[in-house]
Design a protein around this ligand. Structure first.
Ligand code: UT7
Length: 324
C-alpha cells in the first residue's frame, strides 16, 4: 500500500488586523475580557474584494511552489470551508482548481465546520493510500468575518479570516500516516449554526439569522471532553503513548479548551501549538495554518509524531496522526 505524507505547506492571511482594542470601540467588550476568556488578541479580516477562494488560492499556490509541483500533477483539490464563495454551488474548490491551473484535478468542498480540515486530510490520505489519487491539495480557508453579527459580542470576538494548505502525496521513504478518527453527533446541531439561508429557513427574518449563532457554554463543555478522549483513542489504536507525541496541533478556538485538555492529559501546554492570539478562530483553516507556520518556521522536523484535533459545529470532531 502507498503511504501518504504531507510534502509541503502554504498559508495566507489577509493583511488587515482587527485588534480586541479596536473591537472594544464598537461593542461592549475589552481586550482584557477577550484575552482572559479566549487567548485571542487579534484577528485578520479579508478586504471587501476577497472571497474565500482568493485566500485558498494564495495558500494552495504557496504549497505547490514550496514542493516544486506542477499544478498539472494534481489529482484532487479538497477545500474544507464553511464560508464558500457561493451558497451550495459551484463548489469553491472548483474555483480554486481553475485559478491554480490544476486542469487534471477533480475538486470538491468538504463541510464539517471547524473539523473540516481533519476530515479533508483523511480523505486525501485514504485516496492516496488506495491508489485513487497521487497528489492531493488539501486547503482550509474561511472568511468568517462575512457571516458574523458584529453586534453580538458572544460570537464576533471569536473568529477571523485565513487559509492554510498542505500538499499530500506518496512518501519517498519510510513514513507513517494512521487512519484518522472522524466523529459526529448531530444531536448537538443547534449549539452552533447559521439559522437561515439554507433549505430549512431560506428567508432570513432578520439579518442576524444569517450569522453564526452559538451556545458557547455547550460547545465549550463538549470540546474539553472530546479533545482529550480522541487524542487518547487515536494513540491507543496505533500503539503509541502520549510521551511519543512531539506536537499536538489543536483547532484554535479557545486557549482555555486546549489548556484544559492538556491538564487532563497531563501533557505540558508547550506540546500544543497555539496561534489563536494572532488569528483567532479561522474554523476549517486553523489546523493547516498552524501546520504551515510550524513547518515554515522550522518547528516541525521530519520524523516527529504529530496529532491534529478538530472540533466544532455538527457537532463534529476528529483527529489525524502522522509522522512529519
Ligand atoms: O470552533 C468552535 C467555536 N466555538 C467555541 O469554541 C466556543 C466555545 N466557548 C467558549 O469559548 C466560551 O464559552 C466563550 C468564550 C464563548 C464565552 O466564555 P465564558 O467564560 O463561557 O463566558 P459566558 O458566556 O459564561 O459569559 C460570562 C459573562 C456574561 O455576563 P453575565 O451574564 O455573567 O453578566 C456575558 O454576557 O461574560 C459576558 N460576555 C462578555 N463580556 C465582555 C460575553 N461575551 C463578552 C464579551 N465581552 N465579548
Amino acid at each position: 500500500m502507498i503511504v501518504p505524507r504531507i510534502l509541503s505547506t502554504g498559508l495566507y492571511v489577509p493583511p488587515t488586523v482587527l485588534t480586541n482594542d479596536e473591537l472594544a470601540t464598537r461593542i461592549d467588550t475589552s481586550d482584557e475580557w477577550i484575552f482572559s476568556h479566549t487567548g485571542i488578541h487579534a484577528r485578520r479580516i479579508a478586504s471587501d474584494d476577497q472571497a474565500t477562494s482568493d485566500l485558498a488560492v494564495a495558500a494552495g499556490r504557496q504549497a505547490l511552489e514550496r514542493a516544486g509541483l506542477d499544478p498539472l500533477a494534481l489529482d484532487l483539490v479538497l477545500l474544507a470551508t464553511s464560508t464558500p464563495d457561493y451558497l451550495g454551488f459551484p463548489s469553491t474548490a472548483s474555483i480554486v482548481q481553475n485559478s491554480l491551473g490544476a486542469v487534471n484535478a477533480g475538486a470538491m468542498d468538504l463541510t464539517a465546520a471547524c473539523t473540516g480540515f481533519v476530515y479533508a486530510l483523511e480523505t486525501a490520505r485514504a485516496f492516496i493510500a488506495a491508489g485513487t489519487s497521487r497528489y492531493v491539495l488539501v486547503i482550509g480557508a474561511e472568511v468568517f468575518s462575512r457571516i458574523l453579527d458584529w453586534n453580538d459580542r458572544n460570537t464576533c470576538i471569536l473568529f477571523g479570516d485565513g487559509a492554510g494548505a498542505v500538499l499530500v502525496g506518496p512518501a519517498d521513504g519510510p513514513a507513517f500516516f494512521a487512519p484518522s478518527l472522524l466523529r459526529s453527533d448531530g444531536s448537538g446541531a443547534a449549539s452552533l449554526l447559521r439559522p437561515a439561508g439554507g433549505t430549512r429557513q431560506p428567508v432570513a427574518q432578520s439579518p442576524s439569522d444569517l450569522a453564526v449563532r452559538m451556545d458557547g457554554r455547550k460547545v465549550y463543555s463538549f470540546a474539553i471532553t472530546v479533545v482529550k478522549d480522541i487524542i487518547l483513542e487515536i494513540l491507543e489504536k496505533n500503539d503509541l503513548t502520549l510521551d511519543q507525541v512531539d506536537w499536538v496541533v489543536p483547532h484554535q478556538a479557545n486557549v482555555r479548551i486546549v489548556a484544559s485538555a492538556a491538564q487532563r492529559l497531563g501533557l505540558p501546554l508547550e506540546k500544543f501549538y497555539l496561534n489563536m492570539e494572532r488569528y483567532a478562530n479561522t474554523s476549517g483553516a486553523t489546523i493547516p495554518l498552524a501546520l504551515s507556520e510550524m513547518d515554515q518556521s522550522g518547528l516541525l522536523k521530519r520524523g516527529q509524531v504529530v496529532v491534529t484535533v478538530g472540533f466544532g459545529a455538527g457537532l463534529t470532531w476528529g483527529a489525524n496522526l502522522f509522522r512529519w
